[in-house]
Design a protein around this ligand. Structure first.
Ligand code: 3PG
Ligand code: MG
Length: 397
């Protein structure tokens, strides 16, 4: 396993520490609706502040084109302050005079948040002059933003070229959990991949079938695989142009010795609506007007058996339309089964991706998984086997 410089190696006392965090949190009417990402970076902030460092938070918010105050981090500074329980100052720009003045006013242990790095288009271009402008306010750089580590931006990657670079505690935990799950895992490894579309997860499936022992496919994308096997899927979500692709994934899996598990039965309804009248059918008996909205009870049993065989689980994507009752049952049952095995010490379970985290929260078991990643895109790219620039820059060379 590669090593990282961590906070154990950093002398932060009285230093200006540029700490890249992911504060791209869901907001509604100026209020943070899910503070998970804020909570996750508190240990790193507290540790640096506790050791007498000056904590200068760098973060992006949304995808603004230039300076656009609807994507200001000012309300997020207030939220961080509340969760941290200590004042968090705010500067109206991440570079230039506003940042320099705010940083100059800091005492050891203080915390400052700089305005959205994406107000400058140079951030996403990883522009060297912009990297220098950011670096002017720091003595060292700590990255705790795994969930933005798939971006090679100035604040997520560029700073690592010009300042001493360290992984924060969340970055460290995230990379350790993910490495345990795919780099040197206890076998058998089972992957659950769900969600609507095969097309958005082609690279993911292609990589996983070569790495894991069992791949359970659920959600709308399972329909494409069922159709590829010649089954009728009625009005269900199905990517008809990807049947050959699905067949070739099945073939690759076979050659790699990866067992693919598809649903054997389904909960079908006439419409995509909560509490729509539904019935359970085998996957050979889906009618022309049926829409598959969840896996059926026999499939839930099979998934439970496979989970019980596995020692390691990686999970991305729900089994059904979990946001609509009662079509959440398949996902919820499987999530509970995985949580129980984890609590019994029989399974290392790692899950990630926006929908997946909502589904686990919905099932009330997110706390019971070994590790739940707050990353969406970065988690997927890691599962796809792609290098993450914001992680690679931290590796000791
Ligand atoms: C996220 O929310 O997934 C990360 O913060 C990255 O955001 P981005 O997809 O806009 O780069
Ligand atoms: Mg994203």
């Amino acid at each position: 396993m590669t090593t990282f410089r961590t906070l154990d190696d950093a002398d932060v006392s009285n230093k200006r520490v540029l700490l890249r965090v992911d504060l791209n949190v869901p907001m509604d009417a100026g209020r943070v609706t899910d503070a998970t990402r804020i909570e996750r970076v508190l240990p790193t902030i507290r540790e640096i502040a506790g050791k007498g460092g000056k904590v200068i938070l760098l973060a992006h918010f949304g995808r603004p084109k230039g300076r656009d105050l609807k994507d200001s981090l000012a309300p997020v500074a207030k939220a961080v302050e509340q969760h941290l329980g200590q004042p968090v100052a705010f500067a109206t720009d991440c570079v230039g005079e506003p940042a320099a003045t705010a940083v100059a006013a800091m005492k050891p242990g203080d915390v400052l948040l700089l305005e959205n790095t994406r107000f400058h288009p140079e951030e996403e271009k990883n522009d060297p002059a912009f990297v220098q402008a950011l670096a002017a306010n720091g003595d060292l750089w700590v990255s705790d933003a795994f969930s933005a580590a798939h971006r090679a931006h100035a604040s997520t990657e560029g700073l690592g070229h010009v300042l001493p670079a360290y992984a924060g505690r969340t970055m460290q935990a995230e990379v350790e959990a993910l490495s345990k799950a795919l780099e040197a895992p206890q076998r058998p490894v089972l992957a659950v991949v769900g969600g609507a579309k095969v097309s958005s997860k082609l690279e993911l499936l292609g990589n996983l079938v070569k790495k894991v022992d069992i791949l359970v496919i659920g959600g709308g994308m399972a329909n494409t695989f069922l159709a590829a096997q010649g089954k009728a899927v009625g009005k269900s979500l199905c990517e008809k142009d990807l049947l050959d692709t699905a067949r070739s994934i099945l073939e690759t899996a076979k050659q790699a010795g990866c067992e693919i598990v598809l649903p054997v039965d389904a909960v079908v309804a006439g419409e995509f609506k909560a509490n729509a009248p539904s019935r359970v059918v085998t996957v050979d008996a889906v009618g022309p007007d049926d829409m598959i909205l969840d896996i059926g009870p026999a499939s839930v049993v099979t998934v439970g058996e496979k989970l019980a065989q596995a020692k390691t689980l990686v999970w991305n994507g729900p089994f059904g339309a979990f946001e609509l009752t009662p079509f959440d049952e398949g996902t919820t049952s499987a999530a509970k089964a995985a949580a129980k095995l984890t609590k019994q010490g029989r399974l290392l379970s790692v899950a990630g991706g926006g929908d997946t985290v909502s589904a686990l929260n919905h099932a009330g078991v997110a706390e019971d998984f070994s590790y739940v990643s707050t990353a969406g895109g970065a988690f997927l790219e890691w599962l796809e086997g792609k290098p993450l620039p914001g992680v690679d820059i931290l590796r000791v060379r």
